[in-house]
Write a protein that binds this ligand. Structure first.
Ligand SMILES: C[S@@+](CC[C@H](N)C(=O)[O-])C[C@H]1O[C@@H](n2cnc3c(N)ncnc32)[C@H](O)[C@@H]1O
Length: 211
């Protein structure tokens, strides 16, 4: 049974078809010390972006652009995506990848270099259909509540690494950042006007649908 679980995990990891550009972008990120989302998470982002048919998307934590490419792949042509990263070199790498994929011509992409904790409050509330968070764990709580405020009713929030690298699942991990992750996960589970789901993908994906 354990062996089948391991084989299944390996199969799921290998299954997605990844473009050469996606692989290069991930490698570029690794060179700059940042991990792009895994291939299974990237493929899930593409599917969710397509299903949401979002006209307005916000991404927190561009990195080298792996998740940005995955989102744009699924988003409708002509739709807008705002992506934020504090690191200008990574943002530049992502811009080049977006251009290489041709998404600069098919979509309206706005790449903002800045601290998301300062940028998000400047965006328009109730205006976004889709939000994706994959940035620093320290601001997890702030990003989740800011993004929920930015979403329209019917919008979807996707949060990567929702378990703080697995620490949330460990009863002995009581540090401030892990506690704040726990508090967000537990609080949102109790709210009636949203649907939540924790998905066993990548480092743990948290999905929040704003009803
Ligand atoms: C895990 S990486 C994102 C990877 C990216 N989603 C991908 O798939 O390629 C996290 C990113 O968050 C960015 N970051 C960290 N603190 C930030 C902040 N306060 N505001 C905006 N971005 C931040 C880092 O520079 C890093 O590029």
């Amino acid at each position: 049974m354990a062996q089948l679980a391991q084989l299944s995990a390996a199969f799921i990891e290998e299954y997605p078809r990844q473009s050469e550009l996606m692989q290069q972008t991930r490698a570029e990120g690794e060179r700059s010390g940042v991990s792009g989302v895994s291939a299974p998470v990237a493929s899930l982002l593409t599917v969710l972006a397509a299903v949401s048919a979002a006209q307005n998307t916000v991404e927190v934590g561009t990195g080298s652009g792996v998740s940005t490419l995955a989102l744009l792949e699924g988003l409708p042509e002509g739709s807008a995506l705002t992506t934020i990263d504090i690191d200008s070199t990574r943002e530049q790498t992502a811009k080049e990848a977006i251009k290489a994929a041709g998404f600069d011509k098919t979509h309206r992409v706005r790449a903002i270099t800045g601290d998301a904790a300062h940028v998000l409050p400047r965006l328009s509330e109730n205006s976004y259909d889709l939000a994706f968070i994959d940035a620093d764990a320290e601001h997890f709580e702030h990003y989740v509540y800011e993004c929920l405020a930015l979403l329209k009713t019917g919008g979807l929030l996707i949060v990567h690494d929702a378990l703080n690298n697995g620490a949330v699942a460990s009863p002995t991990a009581r540090d401030e950042v892990t506690n704040s992750h726990r508090s967000v996960l537990n609080s949102l589970r109790e709210i009636d006007d949203i649907f939540v789901s924790l998905v066993h993908a990548g480092l743990g994906l948290f999905l929040v649908y704003k009803r």
